[in-house]
Design a protein around this ligand. Structure first.
Ligand code: ATP
Length: 207
């Protein structure tokens, strides 16, 4: 079973990394693939280039077994749609359940994603919630797919919606970029290797 952590990662931080590790352990995953969005369709374009964001992911996870930096969205043209990414992962891993991790903020806007109803054709969706989160699926589409039975995720390849609570670290890439622009120290919000790279590349200095 493979976990998929997509994001802009501008830059990757401990909020992402801690959640990914908790998910890996909770679901006994063989690997977690971090997939930077090359050209995100839903937001202003990132401050760092796709190559820089990929490099920051690679540096952040270099010492963590079973964390993989996946460059597939940089190898496509046009907007980076998650449905295309999942289709390509399904081709690479035809017999393994795929778990797409999504934060609650992203899940609340899922119905704005390109062809969002097709996501579950290729993967299960696991929403990373707050421990106190009221686990109600939001609409009819997901009601029939929603499960509280974790084993259903292992016995089918795709198609379920599951909620899993993770430790909440109130860290955002936006706040990190702002700190750096204000010449304040972002240490302990993201790995030192990421900070070193940001310094070397002179990223985020101008807001
Ligand atoms: P930005 O501030 O630039 O919007 P971000 O910090 O929210 O960035 P993204 O790369 O946009 O990070 O997020 C990728 C995924 O990680 C999303 O599913 C999002 O919900 C989740 N995520 C973001 N921040 C955290 C956090 N602190 N803890 C857990 N998950 C997070």
């Amino acid at each position: 079973m493979i976990g998929i952590f997509g994001g802009t990662f501008d830059p990757i931080h401990y909020g992402h990394l801690r959640s990914a590790l908790e998910m890996k352990e909770a679901f006994d995953l063989t690997e977690v693939r971090f997939i930077p969005s090359a050209t995100p369709p839903h937001r202003n374009q990132p401050a760092a280039t796709a190559e820089q964001r990929l490099q920051m992911v690679a540096l952040a996870i270099q010492n963590q077994n079973h964390f993989i930096c996946d460059a597939r969205e940089l190898n496509r043209h046009g907007f980076s749609y998650m449905v295309d990414t999942l289709a390509s992962l399904r081709q690479d891993f035809p017999d393994q359940p795929l778990l797409l991790f999504i934060g609650t903020d992203a899940f609340n806007q899922l119905n704005t994603w390109y062809q969002w109803q097709r996501l579950v054709d290729f993967a299960h969706i696991v929403v990373m919630t707050r421990p106190s989160f009221n686990n109600q699926p939001p609409d009819d589409f997901f009601k029939e797919r929603y499960t509280t039975n974790k084993t259903e995720l292992t016995t089918t390849l795709a198609g379920k919606l599951y909620f899993h609570a993770v430790t909440q670290l109130d860290i955002s890439a936006t706040a990190i970029r702002q700190l750096i622009a204000q010449q304040r120290n972002p240490r302990f919000l993201l790995p030192d290797a990421g900070i070193d790279y940001i310094t070397q590349q002179q990223l985020y200095e101008i807001n």
